[in-house]
Write a protein that binds this ligand. Structure first.
Ligand SMILES: [Zn+2]
Length: 374
């Protein structure tokens, strides 16, 4: 923006209403989040926390008046305690032990002092130094001492407002942490499924939540209802495939066709598997072309007595749990949908034994499926 225009813009700030000021703060915070990973400004915005959507000026505009009241953030811990929590230290150590050097993948590394509260290591191969957060989505985030609280917030799928209060950070920081912590879990998928595999697609309502410009249509109010019932361009296809041990792969499909299904399942489901599906063209075509034995099952109803193993009940139950779990988020931005799929997949993979430390490990790239290379 040129200097003259900027000066006019600044002048206009004086006449903004309280709500307009709030919206402006949010836009500034978001644009800063986009380009500055070390986002110190966020803590100044503790008061700017719409409980509905982080930074979605569109959603704020479409919320009823009064809905954007800001609950004040209570600090769970005093600010400035950036000490390394035990859980994080353990997750960091196991990441280094499992993955070795982030620069060259060599496994032999030596302790190399400390910096910024983190142990450093030096690779005996490439001789470069690093810490356990180097090259991860968490590198350079602040307030490490509060990350176990963030992990806890993910385990219980808390709203951003609650997570912000738990961690003692601003709403906008909590939203950003959520997504930084979900980058690695979203990529953590099994590379092979075993034995009988159930695959089926489901549809999730498209949302432009959080998007500020170039909306292809008018904004819906939050949650929203599709304009047309049934399958339409507003329904995003999501593929889920799950084996009988519970290993699960899923993906947002650009299009429900054989090529998209193949891109997700190729090498993961092979002719060594038995694939159960409902006869939808895309999955059946993937199986036929790939020479994978497949069984077409009617969607509702139990398996036939003579073939009790051929059914898609597990994958359909997974769809139901996923949708039920997504409901309190009141519609997730389609651009973030893969993060939410990974979040749900990780929750399912951890089962009841989940601990904050497991989530920290996942966020650092040592996820439940241990497959992530960042
Ligand atoms: Zn190295």
């Amino acid at each position: 923006m040129d200097a003259e225009l900027f000066s006019k813009w600044l002048g206009a700030v004086r006449v903004l209403t309280r709500d307009q000021r709030r919206e402006t703060f949010m836009m500034l915070a978001l644009s800063e989040a986009d380009d500055d990973p070390d986002w110190a400004l966020s803590d100044a915005f503790a008061a700017v926390n719409d409980p509905v959507v982080a930074g979605a000026s569109m959603a704020m505009a479409s919320s009823p008046p009064g809905d954007a009241q800001s609950p004040s953030v209570t600090l769970a811990r005093p600010m400035g305690t950036d000490g390394l929590a035990d859980e994080l230290a353990a997750a960091a150590r196991s990441r280094v032990a499992a993955l070795g050097c982030p620069h060259c993948d060599a496994k032999e590394v030596r302790p190399w002092g400390h910096a910024h509260g983190l142990p450093r290591y030096r690779c005996t191969d490439c001789r470069r130094t690093f810490n356990a957060l180097s090259g991860t989505p968490l590198a350079r985030l602040r307030h490490k001492g509060r990350w176990p609280d963030q992990a806890q917030a993910l385990m219980t799928a808390e709203s951003v407002s609650k997570a912000a209060a738990r961690c003692g950070v601003a709403y906008t920081t909590a939203f950003r942490w959520r997504h930084r912590f979900l980058v690695a879990p979203a990529l953590d998928k099994p590379t092979r499924l075993n034995g009988i595999v159930e695959a089926d697609e489901t549809f999730i309502l498209e949302s432009f939540k959080g998007r500020r410009a170039d909306l292809p249509r008018a904004a819906r109010t939050r949650g929203g209802k599709p304009e047309k019932t049934g399958l339409s361009a507003e329904q995003i296809p999501v593929l889920v495939a799950r084996d009988r041990a519970g290993a699960t792969i899923d993906a947002v499909l650009p299009k429900l066709d054989r090529a998209s299904v193949t891109a997700v399942l190729s090498g993961v489901v092979t002719p060594a598997n038995q694939l159960c599906c409902d006869g939808g063209k895309a999955i059946a075509a993937f199986a036929r072309v790939g020479g994978i034995p497949y069984h077409v099952l009617p969607k509702p109803g139990g398996p036939k007595p003579e073939a009790p193993d051929w059914h898609i009940n597990n994958v359909n139950a997974y769809h139901s749990r996923l949708k039920e779990w997504l409901r309190p988020f009141h519609g997730v931005a389609t651009k973030n949908l893969s993060h939410y799929l990974g979040w749900r997949r990780t929750l399912e993979a951890f089962g009841h034994g989940k601990e904050p430390g497991q989530w920290l490990s996942s966020a650092l790239g040592s996820g439940a499926y241990q497959q992530v290379t960042l």
